[in-house]
Design a protein around this ligand. Structure first.
Ligand SMILES: Nc1nc2c(c(=O)[nH]1)N[C@H]1C(S)=C(S)[C@@H](COP(=O)(O)O)O[C@H]1N2
Ligand SMILES: [Mo]
Length: 527
C-alpha cells in the first residue's frame, strides 16, 4: 500500500465519522426545535414523549416486568436513555448516507419523522396540530443536515478521481466542519434547554397546586397510635413522605391538568350518568384515611409500596349517585392519558375507604401522583385500582371491558397478597455481634396482620413483636432482637399471617400475572 492510499483510507474514515456526527447533530436540532415548540403546543406534541409512550404501550409484559425489576422507579430514565442511543445510531446512519447522497439521507430523516408523527397522532389526547412542532423540527433538522453534510463531504478527498484534492477541500474544511458542527450543536442545546425551562414555567398544574387550599375532611383519620413505628433504627418510616413515595406509571410526561378544567365523567351501566368538576368534588363530605398502596410489580422484599394519609371522596357515594344497573360488575377508570384500570364494582361499594383522592399527606396530590384527582382503593394493587389523573369512570362488566395491563397479560382482578419484608439489617450489611435488632414491615390490606415470625439461619421460627396497628389498610411494622448473635454470615427469613390466621404464601412466584409470592430473606454479617 502506498502512502497515498493510506491517506485516502483515513480520510474516508474521517469523512464517515463526520457524516455520522452531522447526522447526530441534525437529529439534535430536530428534537430541540420540536421540544421547544411543544412547550407551546402541549405535551402531546412532544415527539420524544410520544415515541416513548408508544413504546411503553407496546412493551410486552415480560419486558415491563424486567424493566421494573431491574431499574425499579428508574425505568423511565433507562427508557429515555435507550431511545437516545437508538436515535443517535439511526441519525448517524442517515448522516453517513447524506454525506454521500443528500437526498437518500434526507429520505431516511423524513421516514423517521413519519414514524414519529404516527406515534404522536395515535396518542389518546392528540390532535392534528400536535404534529406541527415535529414538522418544524424536521425542516430544521434537514437544513442542518444539508449544511453539515456538505461541510463533511469536503473533508474527504475526491479519492475516486485521479486529481489530488484542492487545498479548499482539505485542511481548512476539517476545521470548518468542526466549527460549524459546534455552532449548530450549541444552538440546538440552547433551544432544547430553553424549551425545557419554558415547559416548566408554563405548567398550569404546578402553578395552581402551589396555592391550592384543600378543605378540611368531614371525617378525619384517627390519630396514629403511638408505637406504629417499630423501635429499630433504619426501618422504613411508617408514613412515606410524598417525595419518597414510589412512582409507577406509563406517563413519560406527567399530565398537566388545570383543576378548573378537570371533570370526571361517570357513565356506562348506570341510571344516572353525570359529570363532576373539581370544586363540586371538594364541596362534598371528604374523608381522610391511611392506606398502604402496593404495586403488583413489587418483587419479594421490594420497595414498590408506600403508605400515606389520603384525603378524598368515597367512591361508594359516587356510585350511589350513579346507580349501577343490574349485571354490572366492574368500574373501568381511565386517566387523561389513556391508562385504565378495572376495579370490581363491589369493592367500590363496600365500606372500605375507596376514594377519589385529592390530598396526600396533608397536601394536594403531587403531580406525579395524580394531580388533581386519583383513585385510592385499599386492598387492590395499583394497576387495577389506583388510576392517577382520573377523568372517566365507566360502570361495565369484566366480560365487556379490560384495563390497560389486563390486555397486556396481567390479571383483571388484583387483590394484594399478604407480604412481609426484612428492612434491618440491610441485605449484605454488617452489624456488631451481641444483640442484633431486626425489623421490617408486613401488609395484608383490608384484613390486617396478626402475626409475624422470623427464622435465623435454619433455626426454629420465632414470633416477632408487632408494632401498633394504625388500620387494617396500612402496613404493620415488626421487630425482633436476636440476642447473643455470633460473628459470621447469617440469614434471616420472615413470614406473616393475616387477621384470619392465613400464612403468607411460601412458594416463590414472580410478579406477573397477579403479584409475587414467597418468604423474604436476607443475608448479613455479624462482626
Ligand atoms: N394514569 C395512571 N395511573 C396509574 C398508573 C399509570 O400507569 N397511569 N399506574 C398504576 C400503578 S401500576 C400503580 S402501582 C400506582 C402507583 O401509584 P403511585 O405512582 O402514586 O405510587 O398507580 C396506578 N395508577
Ligand atoms: Mo403497579
Amino acid at each position: 500500500m502506498g502512502k497515498r492510499s493510506t491517506e485516502n483510507t483515513s480520510r474516508d474514515w474521517r469523512g464517515t465519522l463526520f457524516g455520522a456526527l452531522a447526522g447526530v447533530i441534525s437529529a439534535g436540532v430536530l428534537f430541540a426545535i420540536a421540544e421547544f415548540l411543544s412547550a407551546f403546543f402541549g405535551a402531546a406534541s412532544s415527539p420524544l414523549t410520544a415515541v416513548g409512550s408508544t413504546f411503553i404501550d407496546f412493551t410486552p409484559a415480560w419486558m415491563k416486568n424486567f424493566a421494573i425489576a431491574t431499574f425499579g422507579t428508574n425505568d423511565k430514565f433507562v427508557l429515555l436513555l435507550s431511545m437516545g442511543i437508538v436515535a443517535a445510531a439511526l441519525s448517524a446512519v442517515a448522516g453517513i448516507v447524506a454525506r454521500k447522497k443528500f437526498a437518500a439521507g434526507a429520505t431516511m430523516v423524513v421516514a423517521f419523522a413519519v414514524v414519529m408523527a404516527v406515534c404522536i397522532l395515535t396518542r389518546a389526547s392528540a390532535g392534528i396540530a400536535d404534529v406541527f412542532p415535529l414538522l418544524m423540527g424536521t425542516v430544521g433538522g434537514l437544513l442542518a443536515l444539508r449544511f453539515l453534510s456538505q461541510s463533511a463531504r469536503t473533508t474527504s478527498s475526491t479519492s475516486t478521481t485521479a486529481n489530488p484534492p484542492t487545498a479548499a477541500e482539505q485542511t481548512p474544511s476539517r476545521r470548518t466542519f468542526l466549527v460549524r458542527s459546534a455552532l449548530v450543536a450549541g444552538a440546538a442545546v440552547v433551544v432544547g434547554f430553553g424549551g425545557t425551562v419554558i415547559n416548566g414555567a408554563r405548567n398550569t398544574a404546578l402553578a395552581v397546586r402551589a396555592t391550592l387550599k384543600l378543605p378540611a375532611p368531614k371525617t378525619t383519620a384517627a390519630a396514629l397510635p403511638t408505637g406504629v413505628q417499630a423501635p429499630v433504627e433504619g426501618v422504613t418510616p411508617f408514613v412515606t413522605p410524598n417525595d419518597d413515595f414510589y412512582r409507577i406509571d406509563t406517563a413519560l410526561a406527567v399530565p398537566d391538568i388545570d383543576p378548573a378544567n378537570w371533570q370526571l365523567r361517570v357513565h356506562g351501566m348506570v341510571e344516572e350518568e353525570f359529570t363532576i368538576g373539581f370544586d363540586e368534588l371538594l364541596a362534598q363530605d371528604l374523608i381522610e384515611s391511611y392506606v398502604t398502596l402496593t404495586c403488583v410489580s413489587n418483587v419479594v422484599g421490594g420497595n414498590l409500596a408506600g403508605n400515606a394519609k389520603w384525603l378524598g371522596y368515597p367512591l361508594r357515594e359516587v356510585l350511589a349517585r350513579a346507580k349501577p344497573t343490574a349485571g354490572a360488575d366492574m368500574v373501568l377508570s381511565t386517566s387523561i392519558d389513556g391508562f385504565s384500570a378495572s376495579t370490581p364494582l363491589p369493592v367500590l361499594q363496600d365500606d372500605r375507604d375507596a376514594i377519589l383522592a385529592v390530598g396526600m399527606n396533608g397536601e394536594p396530590l403531587p403531580l406525579e401522583h395524580g394531580f388533581p384527582v386519583r383513585m385510592v382503593v385499599p386492598g387492590l394493587y395499583g394497576f387495577v385500582s389506583a388510576t392517577k389523573w382520573v377523568v372517566d369512570l365507566e360502570v361495565t362488566t369484566f366480560a365487556q371491558s379490560a384495563g390497560y395491563w389486563t390486555s397486556r397479560g396481567w390479571n383483571s382482578h388484583g387483590p394484594i397478597k399478604t407480604a412481609s419484608r426484612v428492612e434491618v439489617p440491610r441485605a449484605l450489611g454488617r452489624v456488631p455481634a451481641g444483640s442484633v435488632p431486626i425489623g421490617g414491615s408486613a401488609w395484608a390490606q383490608t384484613k390486617g396482620i396478626s402475626k409475624v415470625e422470623v427464622q435465623i439461619d435454619d433455626g426454629a421460627w420465632q414470633e416477632a413483636t408487632l408494632a401498633a396497628e394504625a388500620s387494617v389498610d396500612t402496613w404493620r411494622q415488626w421487630s425482633y432482637i436476636w440476642d447473643n448473635a455470633p460473628a459470621g454470615t447469617h440469614k434471616v427469613r420472615v413470614r406473616a399471617y393475616d387477621a384470619d390466621g392465613t400464612i403468607q404464601i411460601q412458594d416463590q412466584a414472580p410478579p406477573e400475572p397477579d403479584g409475587s409470592t414467597g418468604w423474604h430473606s436476607i443475608t448479613f454479617n455479624v462482626t
